[in-house]
Design a protein. Structure first.
Length: 294
């Protein structure tokens, strides 16, 4: 009899995290739903876990804040104690931080975002790695953002934290390539404050559940891809990658030579380039709308 795979999803009390938890549970995994609890309010993690068990799935909940003192060991320890091991780690918990342009952000603002979006995740990886390596097919899915690829106006600290997470995840994938652990990055689009200005139609088109398929497949044993960045939303998916132009050179190149040849040197080819996360989303959404017409 095949042992049931076990998963931990952080920040899964609502939105994308809850969608990932639902997707993994429906795919057959036992899911630990993590989300910080707030005094005087019902546990959102428990609500999601209870809704999954009511549907016949295997789920439990964890109320630790990912950035709490000793939280990483406590969260991973709880999952391992509950399920007897850990096969899948989906790192979704994060915050956007205050909306402010560079220069208006305080150092405390920037550090708070980095603490949750980056440092808390690296601590969770450290705590989880022995268990994931012991798994026949350990999988880590980092939930990042197109902001980490392109930047986003008014959210420099958020963009920086997600960019750092992407670089960390790709390094981890390379370091673990000879193990059974596979590491990938998902940058999902869902109806959020960032996309609200695009219109009410996004509430249904970009429902969080419509980004979950990628997270579920990247968590499966048959997924042997690693170190990749995937963008998902509205049941539309594409892979992102850092690209370099072919470029060129000359003996003893000067600044004048560089300036005279800068257009040719910078030509990427058929790839897509974006000036920021808003432009990247706009392009993605245009392609997404074409699904029904193709």
């Amino acid at each position: 009899m095949t042992k049931q795979r076990t998963a931990l999803v952080t920040g899964a009390g609502k939105g994308l995290g809850a969608a990932f938890a639902r997707g993994l549970a429906a795919d057959g995994s036992a899911v630990m739903v993590n989300n910080r609890s707030h005094d005087g309010q019902p546990s959102s993690a428990k609500q999601i876990a209870d809704s999954l068990t009511a549907r016949g799935f295997t789920a439990s909940h964890d109320n630790h804040a990912v950035d709490g003192n000793g939280a990483a060991d406590a969260i991973i320890g709880h999952a391992v104690e509950t399920w007897g091991g850990l096969d899948i780690l989906v790192l979704n918990a994060g915050i956007t931080g205050p909306a402010a342009k560079v220069g208006a952000l305080t150092d405390a603002d920037i550090r708070a975002v980095m603490e949750i979006n980056f440092h808390a995740n690296t601590a969770l990886v450290d705590a989880a790695l022995p268990h994931l390596i012991a798994s026949p097919a350990g999988r880590i899915v980092f939930i990042a953002s197109s902001a980490g690829l392109y930047g986003v106006r008014g959210r420099a600290s958020y963009a920086a934290s997600k960019g750092a997470l992407i670089a960390y995840a790709r390094t981890l994938a390379d370091e673990l390539a000879r193990t059974s652990v596979r590491v990938n990055i998902l940058a999902p689009y869902a109806a959020t404050n960032m996309t609200a200005g695009q219109g009410e139609e996004l509430n249904d088109v970009l429902h969080p559940d419509k980004a979950a398929a990628a997270a579920v497949w990247l968590s499966r044993p048959e997924c042997q891809r690693t170190g990749e960045i995937w963008i998902a939303g509205g049941d539309y998916f594409c892979r992102a990658a850092a690209t370099e132009s072919t470029g060129g050179g000359a003996p003893d190149a000067t600044a004048d030579w560089f300036g005279e040849n800068v257009e040719q040197l910078s030509a990427i080819g058929n790839g897509r380039e974006h000036s920021g996360a808003e432009a990247a989303f706009g392009d993605f959404f245009d392609r997404l709308k074409n699904i029904s017409t193709e």
